[in-house]
Design a protein around this ligand. Structure first.
Ligand code: ZN
Length: 308
């Protein structure tokens, strides 16, 4: 646990929140710090988040785990804006049009129209996806793949991970955009991976990556550590702290004790779930929470600190 907690630079008020099981909860949330919203499952955390959003429209940004884009034509490279730059490099190197290197344009395989796969209607079994036999899933017509940049064809570049691409490209603009993905722990993702195949946690971190330069925002993240390994939780914490140090507020709905104990301020709901929940049990720094006899979060935190 840090010995120093950051002090809030302002505040956001929630008055008489009564959505679902909340029992007229009023709470002042400090801004400019890392805030953890805690409590057992069903204690009213999601309801309080709903109230925070409703009572402060246009002031808070929910960074949830929903898909970044349901469009199967979007990929990591298009989302980050690096694909345009990469296609220009290929075009310059080979003195041809940049649109040739777009699988959504003239370069697309004419069999699968640049999707790399085809949907086959299996009647009662529904649709199944098969790899396009003409382009072998590469999305491009074969002529396009003869053009190389630094020894790689465009499909090979799309198969590169973010980490590989960071060493392959020397252009600052590309490195900056991909570097943000590495910072949110997405260095293992391939540039050509479709956005609709990302997990919830990956989508959430991709959205965060595009927010790294922001200032003065109030972000709400629901369970950002879900599905993350220990080392990645550490990375995520660094990222959240960086957002705060840049002048943003980050409120996380969280069970992870490492994240809770690293927060500047904790809002603990309880005591139980459902009708026996919906009350504000404790609020303050993690140290303050430890002093609350009733709080389950305090009990778990004490156990975690002893175990360290
Ligand atoms: Zn094809």
């Amino acid at each position: 646990m840090p010995s120093q907690f950051r002090k809030g630079s302002g505040s956001l008020s929630i008055v008489n929140a009564s959505t679902h099981n909340l029992k007229n909860v009023s709470v002042v949330i400090p801004t400019g710090v890392l805030v953890a919203l805690t409590g057992v499952s069903g204690s009213g955390k999601s309801s309080l988040v709903e109230e925070v959003c409703e009572q402060n429209p246009n002031k808070v940004i929910l960074v949830d785990q929903s898909a970044v884009g349901a469009n199967q034509r979007g990929c990591i490279a298009t989302y980050t804006g690096t694909f345009d730059l990469i296609r220009k490099l290929f075009a310059q190197e080979n003195s041809v049009s940049a649109s040739l290197f777009s699988y959504n344009s003239t370069g697309a395989c004419d069999e699968c129209k640049g999707l790399g796969h085809m949907d086959i209607d299996m009647n009662f079994l529904g649709d199944i996806k098969i790899k396009c036999p003409k382009c072998d899933g590469k999305r491009y017509m074969s002529e396009v793949l003869k053009y190389l940049y630094n020894g790689k064809s465009i499909d090979q570049v799309l198969e590169s991970t973010v980490e590989e691409a960071l060493t392959f490209f020397s252009q600052k603009e590309i490195k900056d955009k991909l570097g943000m993905l590495a910072e949110v722990g997405l260095d293992y993702i391939e540039l050509g991976q479709s956005l609709d195949t990302l997990s919830g946690g990956e989508s959430q971190r991709l959205k965060l990556a595009s927010r790294l330069q922001s200032k003065g925002e109030f972000y709400i993240l629901d369970e950002p550590t879900s599905g993350l390994h220990f080392a990645d939780i550490e990375k995520l914490l660094n990222l959240l702290n960086r957002l705060v140090d840049n002048g943003n507020t980050v409120l996380v709905v969280e069970h992870n004790l490492k994240v809770i104990s690293s927060s500047d301020w904790v809002i603990d709901l309880g005591l139980e779930g459902g009708d026996k929940g919906g009350e504000l049990i404790a609020q303050g720094t993690p140290n303050d929470i430890l002093g609350c006899e009733r709080s389950y979060t305090a009990k778990y935190l004490k156990g975690a600190i002893k175990g360290e």
